[in-house]
Design a protein around this ligand. Structure first.
Ligand code: NA7
Length: 532
């Protein structure tokens, strides 16, 4: 039998959250091990290497701010970085800080169980190793478990099958092939123009159309890069004090505060500018339904302008939910791709995909024969990774039971009944509505300060009270009621997964307000936590 290793902490995941946590724990002199299923760092950017994969946050924001050296040594090549560059950045950071020895790669955690008698976590891996640790830190990411589509099993399809969330490392060629793509969220929207370039025929299976805006990505020149590097401290300061945790454009101007003509011209300008400009044109688009609908109608007009076939344009036009309530997508020639003769839109509304067979996708009304099929049907977001293995808290309470009616947590970082467990960017924090790199850094810094505090008090165990967790959840819910974000069927609310409890599991108060709340709790000596 293998021996049990005793540790101060385990960290699950080597994405941007897990990497920074490992760096900090080493600085603090703690004895810990990180586990990562992939063979290298990068998390979501390790797995999602599909054609066209690109971050929809600006590279300046989507980068660590904790190291002035790394900021100066790393050079981003463009405004919105593509997956290979982001993964290269993660590897660069891992090399630069010598993080890899802190992780066991190609290792999955299969269970994490709280031992009531000894007040520690027992963590087992798929390699048969068992660790005992004071702290269990979940850096498992909000988007790491792909959704299993309802029309499965996928293995029924005998042609080439690709999942965007686990794309092969090798080059994939679609030259001369009939390719199907299922899913038109951010991922599918990035895949379409790329695959359309080489596939003989591309069939896009769309159920809910997304709103997408032109990214109009730009390359950075040397002059811009050196200015950027000179101003990083100011850029970070603006980012950390903003509702988004990033430097994207924001407005304090409510939609109806200016005349129609001016509104139209502002939208035209933002549309031309591209990127996130459109999102920052008015202040109230996620709270004022009427304003939201007018902006949605403007975007619908743009789709009609770009897509030449009016029937296809009408099918691509999103209706029935507020714009920006689903995550807004940024694209590079998505709508234009539908003007190519080899790209075909299959509308799945009233024409659901029923099953896959050897060489075809069967919808209710048609059979589409294919050589290759790409699945871009999204993720079991926010909670999927944590419910993907056995996690049990006090009294053997399974996390799945605690979350049976929906994910509940305190600050998205801890849970009553799960002492000494931390979540990085967990449900009910601002993850996914804020810049996740800023949030990773904020969460890790806050957690590490708490670990220091606990050891200074001579204790070794903390648990948040049920009352504090309930109060936090009340705040999350009441803030959610103020926005339109929960009014669309999305992974934000669990509505994309059959049988998953519904409800917005995201704190909508913004990054700055969240950070202030966390700081206040720390300043008051972590009152909602019981230490022993
Ligand atoms: P999303 O945004 O959840 O999109 C998944 C897409 O897949 C969405 O259009 C779904 O339509 C579609 N889908 C799912 N199941 C089916 C079936 N059965 N038939 C047809 N279409 C289906 O995931 P993404 O990976 O694109 O983006 C996730 C995040 O990554 C994104 O928000 C960014 O943060 C980056 P549905 O809405 O269910 O009708």
């Amino acid at each position: 039998m293998k021996s049990i290793r005793k540790l101060d902490a385990v960290v699950v995941g080597a994405g941007f959250g897990g990497m920074y946590m490992a760096y900090k724990l080493r600085e603090m002199g703690l004895d810990f091990v990180g586990f990562e299923a992939a063979d290298d760092v990068g998390g979501v950017w390790y797995w999602n290497r599909y054609p066209g994969a690109r971050c929809d946050l600006m590279s300046v924001d989507y980068s660590y701010g904790f190291s002035r050296e790394i900021e100066q040594e790393w050079t981003w090549s463009e405004q919105f970085a593509a997956q290979p560059e982001i993964l290269a950045y993660a590897k660069f950071v891992a090399d630069r800080l010598n993080l890899r020895p802190l992780f066991q790669f190609e290792t999955r955690v299969v269970s994490a169980k709280w031992d009531d008698d000894r007040s520690l976590w027992i963590v087992a891996t798929d390699k048969g190793d068992v660790f005992e640790a004071t702290y269990c830190i979940m850096a498992t990411g909000p988007l790491s478990v792909p959704k299993e589509p309802e029309f499965g099993p996928l293995s029924n399809f005998k042609g080439e099958l690709y999942r965007t969330a686990s794309w092969p490392k090798e080059n994939v060629s679609f030259e001369g092939k009939r390719v199907g793509l299922i899913g038109t969220g951010s991922t599918g929207i990035q895949v379409v123009p790329e695959v359309a370039k080489e596939a003989k025929e591309l069939y896009v299976f769309q159920r809910t159309p997304s709103f997408t805006m032109p990214m109009r990505n730009t390359k950075f020149d040397d002059e811009f890069t050196s200015e950027l590097k000179r101003h990083y401290p100011q850029i970070r300061s603006v980012a950390y004090n903003s509702p988004l945790g990033g430097v994207r454009p924001q407005s304090t101007r409510p939609y109806f505060s200016i005349p129609l003509e001016q509104r139209q011209s502002l939208m035209e300008d933002a549309w031309k500018q591209g990127g996130l400009a459109f999102l920052g044109t008015f202040s109230d688009l996620l709270i004022n339904e009427e304003a939201n609908e007018e902006v949605a109608e403007f975007v619908r007009g743009k789709i009609r302008q770009v897509v030449k076939d009016p029937e296809t344009a009408e099918k691509l036009i999103p209706r029935g939910y507020p714009i920006f309530a689903r995550r807004p997508c940024l694209d590079t020639h998505y709508y234009e791709a539908f003007n190519q003769p080899n790209v075909h839109l299959i509308d799945c509304i009233g024409n659901e995909i029923e099953r896959l067979s050897d060489n075809a996708v069967h919808t209710q009304n048609e059979t589409v024969e294919l050589d290759a099929l790409i699945i871009a049907t999204g993720f079991d977001g926010m909670t999927g990774a944590l419910l993907n293995f056995e996690v049990t808290g006090k009294g053997g309470l399974p996390l799945a039971d605690k979350w049976a009616d929906g994910a509940s947590s305190y600050l998205g970082m801890m849970m009553h009944g799960f002492p000494n467990m931390f979540l990085i960017c967990g449900p009910n924090g601002p993850a996914v509505l804020a810049n996740i790199i800023s949030l990773n850094e904020q969460n890790v810094d806050w957690i590490c300060a708490l670990i220091d505090h606990i050891s200074e008090t001579g204790q070794h165990c903390f648990e948040v009270t049920q009352e504090a967790e309930d109060q936090w959840m009340d705040e999350v819910r009441s803030l959610a009621e103020l926005t339109l974000v929960s009014k669309a069927k999305t992974w934000y609310t669990g509505a994309n997964i059959q049988g998953k409890p519904r409800g917005l599991t995201v704190y909508t108060g913004g990054f700055k307000r969240y950070r202030d709340s966390c700081d206040e709790i720390a300043a008051k000596g972590y009152e909602p936590l019981v230490l022993n």
